[in-house]
Design a protein around this ligand. Structure first.
Ligand SMILES: Cc1cc2nc3c(=O)[nH]c(=O)nc-3n(C[C@H](O)[C@H](O)[C@H](O)COP(=O)(O)OP(=O)(O)OC[C@H]3O[C@@H](n4cnc5c(N)ncnc54)[C@H](O)[C@@H]3O)c2cc1C
Length: 442
């Protein structure tokens, strides 16, 4: 599979996180290849100059990278390295760690230049890494950990996964049962996780585990970075209705984690997890700054390719979907600008909620346009679609059904928006204040 096809599979055919390229993941970790720029600060607070000056500097840097490393002809890793070194990976991160100390809203303008020139959307190359692990490690890990992990994450030498959900803890994540116990300078972890996307490809995992069962459920958790290659980590694939095995069960049997890989204080795991989850929803729902990209771009290509199937009713539906997709894109851009240097909050759930439902409607439209032809897709199997089948609408339709579950179900997101943004009465909670070990579990 060529790089271009991988990019189109990951970055254009769907506006949702897709399975990262196995080629990327199979490549051995090349951390030692990474020349480092000096880190000037370990906070993401804007550094010198005015916001306008920082914005101008970032835009100039993006134009410079596109000129020196044209994304359509430069090998992907080289292009990503150039972006990281120019501080364009996450513009609000500190210099030397993939950022320029600019306001987060500047990222939209930078992405428009990089992606407008044909560059990849980094989120889709390493979704758990780019959108979730990076901000969590930066905000809650040591400076050494950020220096060690961020560059290989961004250039996709090291993929990430998220070990949160368990058979008995999905929406009720704080009820999780995986145990971590301190032994000397290490933590010993045992338990089972499930639905872990990309665990079979990942080098590192974000892990939430219970360290004190006598505390109420939200208070007895601690957050770690787990080496997926460590002894005691076993990954078993789960097959989806698309035929692929994008996610897994992960069994942890006395896996060991050095205390230096703890993010945040002991017992503060829930607070750290909020950084991950709010960034996850903002990242998934944030979409692309490029008009007509993502799933709606995919639908437009299909529409142009099949004039024989046009009807006035389908045309009206496509126009409405396009208007909604563009409104969502502009809302995402506005959200990023208004966010300033505030951490991601509950507002990020708006884009995730509306984007998931829109994505499903877009692929329903594609299926209605194609009719029975949509059932004939060629990539039904564990390795997913082949290169020619990058825009397999039957597969994309089936995959989009997961969008309203992954990263928080739509029902749970409506609860969050109702409670935190609209001030509506809270959900019923019967276990508040009870020690976790006394809460009945299924
Ligand atoms: C494609 C995909 C990828 C995923 N990747 C990962 C991953 O990488 N890492 C990871 O940790 N997890 C992952 N997940 C798991 C995902 O986060 C959970 O599936 C999700 O949080 C829901 O949990 P659950 O499946 O246990 O459903 P449950 O929590 O059992 O929910 C069942 C139903 O009840 C509803 N419900 C539950 N509580 C409430 C409530 N309070 N109010 C109203 N309705 C409610 C839900 O909306 C849902 O419809 C993934 C899931 C999918 C589908």
């Amino acid at each position: 599979m060529t790089t271009e096809v991988v990019w189109s599979r990951l970055g254009v055919a769907t506006s949702w996180p897709a399975r990262p390229s196995a080629n990327v993941a199979r490549r051995r970790s090349r951390t030692d290849d990474h020349p480092r720029r000096p880190v000037t600060s370990t906070t993401s607070t804007p550094t010198t100059g005015s916001p306008a000056a920082r914005r101008a500097r970032a835009i100039e840097a993006a134009r410079g990278v596109v000129e020196s490393h044209p994304p359509t002809t430069t090998p992907r890793r080289e292009f990503l390295e150039a972006c990281f070194d120019a501080g364009l990976a996450w513009v609000h991160f500190p210099e030397g760690l993939g950022g320029l100390g600019a306001e987060p809203g500047v990222q939209a303008a930078v992405d428009e230049i990089l992606q407008g020139a044909g560059g990849p959307i980094p989120f889709w190359l390493n979704p758990m890494g780019y959108g979730m692990a990076a901000p969590t490690v930066l905000h809650h890990g040591s400076a050494e950990l950020s220096e060690r992990l961020l560059r290989p994450l961004y250039v996709c030498d090291e993929l990430w996964c998220q070990l949160f959900s368990e058979p008995g803890a999905g929406s009720d994540l704080a009820g999780l049962a995986t145990r971590a116990e301190k032994v000397g300078d290490e933590w010993v972890v045992s338990g089972q996780k499930v639905w872990t996307s990309s665990a079979h490809l990942a080098r590192w995992a974000l892990l939430l585990a219970r360290t004190d069962p006598d505390q109420p459920k939200h208070r007895g958790l601690t957050y770690f970075v787990l080496d997926m290659h460590a002894p005691g980590v076993e990954v078993r694939p789960l097959r989806q209705m698309t035929g692929e095995a994008e996610f897994n069960e992960v069994h942890l049997t006395e896996a060991r984690i050095p205390d230096s890989h703890r993010l945040g204080e002991v017992g503060e795991g829930w607070r750290v997890a909020m950084t991950t989850l709010m960034n996850e929803r903002s990242a998934i729902g944030g979409g692309s700054s490029v008009r007509g990209s993502g799933s709606i771009g995919s639908a437009l290509r299909l529409w142009r390719a099949r004039p024989d199937l046009h009807t006035p009713e389908l045309r009206a539906r496509l126009v409405e979907l396009f208007a909604r997709a563009d409104a969502a894109r502009l809302t995402g851009d506005r959200f990023r600008v208004e966010q300033g240097d505030r951490p991601a909050g509950a507002e990020g759930s708006i884009g995730k909620l509306t984007g998931a439902e829109l994505n499903q409607e877009v692929y329903e439209f594609c299926l209605d346009l194609l009719g029975p032809d949509a059932a004939l897709y060629s990539g039904y199997g564990p390795d997913g679609p082949d290169a020619e089948a990058a825009e397999d609408y039957g597969r994309l339709f089936l995959r989009s059904r997961a969008n309203t579950i992954e990263g928080g179900t739509s029902e749970v997101l409506r609860n969050i928006l109702g409670e935190r943004l609209l001030g509506l009465p809270g959900d019923v909670r019967v276990d508040t204040g009870k020690p976790w070990r006394d809460v009945p579990r299924g």
